[in-house]
Design a protein around this ligand. Sequence first.
Ligand SMILES: [Zn+2]
Length: 105
Amino acid sequence: MAIKRPSKSRGGPVRKATTTVPVRHVDVLATPRMVPGETYVGWLCKNRQCGRLIAIAPPPAGAKAGGGEFDAEQAAVKCPHCGDEDLYRWSARGELVYRIPDVAG
Ligand SMILES: [Zn+2]
């Protein structure tokens, strides 16, 4: 014998995390191109186990200078060291010295 249950709508509409904040894609320097002790403009990796400097790659030769900048607050950056991709504040970038930890692990 089946009990007839009132049909219930399950929950509300699933809210999707829509991000309307413009994100700029940033090219970073590959690890082999980074020299320890040199200063680069970029961020420190958000991955606490990494924490190394992510250096912004200079724009390619021939890229139109000026006017190409758009007002993106965030930059999608992939760490060349650990491969983690995260969002970084474009305005938070700074000149940092690239250091390699003495002991790995
Ligand atoms: Zn990293």
